[in-house]
Write a protein that binds this ligand. Structure first.
Ligand SMILES: [Zn+2]
Ligand SMILES: [Zn+2]
Length: 105
């Protein structure tokens, strides 16, 4: 806070809610802020937790030809097989007929 010494008029600064001692005349000014001690308690800032992006069912489209209907666009995603030492498997799902197939990378 910023205040003026009531004795000599010198500009004095200090923390809100605390007494301020004038550097010029030594007069101690009572904090004049309207804040009471109970109000002074810092409000804990709630950290805004941005919700995790929920997993969407929308996969990117790839140029892949469906063997069932011949459509040339399919959604794709990859998945590591449980064993871990197996190659990553690419899955496709036909945009048109929802036919699914896999492809080993
Ligand atoms: Zn003063
Ligand atoms: Zn298809």
């Amino acid at each position: 806070m910023v205040d003026f010494c009531e004795k000599c008029g010198t500009l004095i600064m200090g923390k809100a809610g605390e007494d301020i001692k004038c550097s010029s005349c030594g007069h101690t000014a009572k904090a004049t802020t309207s804040m009471s001690l109970s109000q002074k308690v810092d409000k804990k800032k709630e950290l805004e937790v941005l919700g995790d992006e929920s997993e969407t069912e929308v996969y990117p489209l790839a140029d892949a030809q469906c063997e069932r209907c011949g459509h040339d666009k399919a959604y794709f995603w990859s998945k590591q097989m449980i064993a871990g030492d197996e190659p990553e498997t690419q899955f496709y799902k036909c945009e048109k007929c929802s036919h699914q197939w896999r492809d080993y990378m």
